[in-house]
Design a protein around this ligand. Structure first.
Ligand code: GUN
Ligand code: ZN
Length: 442
């Protein structure tokens, strides 16, 4: 029956020909102008990258496969959004005088609607459609405080076979009726959701204290205990985003060295802890990020929109803590990784030292793919197209608009090509998003 086995193996293999972008271990981009990507099912049936390289070299080895050819297109790793709020789809573009009024006037009222499972299911479908339309294939997202909001999103992500991490928002104080939860029940619900969902297919759970002002000491302590009990579960929260928020935390925790130190005190800083914003840090905070293994989710469109401030790239690199890019929709203004990368570039130019910092196109792209994967503890799993990675990728059309076509045709280097797409790109650039599928193993 060797022939039958070969036949099944062959059916599970696919090959794609196009220009191919991926990343080397030193974070630089590797680009094949005419490449071949071969995808095969692993022992569990999950599609992974089997081989990648120049078409001319690989084609003879895979001559038996039908090759799907995308002339003029670029295959690139699916993007990773390290911090987004799926219940805030309808909050995008809500004007407010900064974070706290924005939360009170727009965000909490919208999130209260997620007590209705039908609403949660409808938004979950829309949210995943929107991620995929924009080329995002992995997301770490907040849900609301309603456990049903978590179930709705996991069910939809499982149906689509997406790699997705989410968790029930913990918020037992300083939060209005409709979204405020109850301390003990919130921790019971969190543990039940971990047991139901974490590690199912490509789903992961994130313990999700909203931010220190919205969680009692007992709730933060309970979250920290769960983070210790389930070390491969993620933790996500917000820190040092806005000056009024920081003053509030100082009044709630006058003895704490800093806002970040509050999370440390409750055991919430560890590898797989992802903190959004990390703007108003001092060097002790940066050292703590590094020593704890926590990662920052940089959310430049949100920080510009809400007037929160600028992430300090140079400061982060001096201490070497992990970070990656995020949309932070709905504080963020776009699902598009191209918009996020461009905003990060503006932040580099304007928000850094007197001379400004020109973040390189390859660095920006890495921060939204392989770098984000590394910050999430998923290096070699997603965010790249090296052999062994799950086969999540996008097919980009660099001629998607007249201006893109004109500009990319004149690119004299890979950096110029990538930068043209970062500056001019949006969802129109993403012609196709392919998600790794799992086949039945016989
Ligand atoms: N801090 C606490 N909650 C939120 C939120 O929903 N968005 C942002 N940007 N910051 C927060
Ligand atoms: Zn956020």
């Amino acid at each position: 029956m060797a022939g039958a086995l070969n036949c099944a193996t062959l059916q599970a293999m696919k090959a794609y020909r196009a220009a191919i972008l991926r990343f080397a271990a030193d974070h630089s981009a590797v680009y094949e102008i005419d490449g071949l990507l071969v995808v095969a099912a692993d022992a569990s049936g999950r599609q992974r990258v089997e081989a990648v390289g120049p078409w001319r070299e690989l084609a003879p080895r895979y001559a038996h496969l039908k090759i799907e050819h995308f002339p003029g297109r670029i295959i690139a790793p699916g993007f990773i959004d390290m911090h987004i709020h799926y219940p805030q789809v309808d909050v995008i573009g809500s004007p407010a005088d900064g974070l706290l009024p924005w939360l009170e006037n727009y965000t909490f009222p919208q999130e209260s609607r997620f007590s209705d499972p039908a609403h949660a299911a409808e938004v979950a479908r829309f949210f995943i459609d929107e991620l995929l339309r924009n080329g995002v294939t992995t997301a770490l997202t907040f849900a609301t405080s309603h456990p049903g909001s978590v179930n709705a999103l996991f069910e939809e992500a499982q149906h689509r076979q997406l790699r997705l991490i989410t968790g029930k928002c913990l918020m037992d104080r300083n939060s209005p009726d409709g979204v405020r939860d109850e301390t003990e029940q919130s921790l019971i619900d969190t543990e039940a959701l971990i047991q139901r969902w974490h590690g199912q297919d490509r789903l992961g759970y994130a313990i999700t204290p909203r931010f220190a002002p919205s969680c009692s000491d007992a709730q933060l302590r309970g979250a920290g205990a769960l983070a210790a009990q389930y070390p491969d579960v993620w933790v996500q929260s917000h820190v040092a985003e806005n000056r009024e928020e920081i003053a509030w935390v100082r009044s709630l925790y006058p003895a704490a060295r800093s806002y970040l130190a509050v999370y440390e005190q409750f055991g919430l800083l560890r590898p797989r802890s992802v903190y959004a914003h990390c703007i108003h840090f001092d060097d002790d905070d940066r050292a703590l990020m590094r020593s704890s293994g926590a990662a920052a989710a940089i959310s430049p469109t949100s920080n510009l929109f809400l007037g929160s401030g600028f992430f300090d790239y140079a400061g982060a690199d001096r201490f070497g803590f992990a970070y990656g890019l995020a949309s932070d929709v709905g504080g963020g203004t776009s699902f598009s990784p191209f918009h996020t990368m461009l905003a990060a570039y503006y932040v580099g130019r304007e928000g850094q030292t007197k001379t400004g910092l020109s973040l390189k196109p390859q660095q920006l792209w890495w921060q939204h793919t392989a770098g984000a994967a590394q910050a999430l503890g998923l290096a070699g799993v997603v965010g790249n197209l090296q052999p062994g990675c799950e086969a999540d990728f996008v097919v980009l059309n660099p001629s998607a608009t007249p201006l893109l076509a004109r500009k990319t045709a004149q690119a004299n280097s890979l950096d110029e090509l990538l930068f043209a797409m970062i500056v001019l790109g949006d969802d129109r650039l993403v012609e196709k998003t392919v998600i790794s599928q799992a086949s039945e193993v016989a």
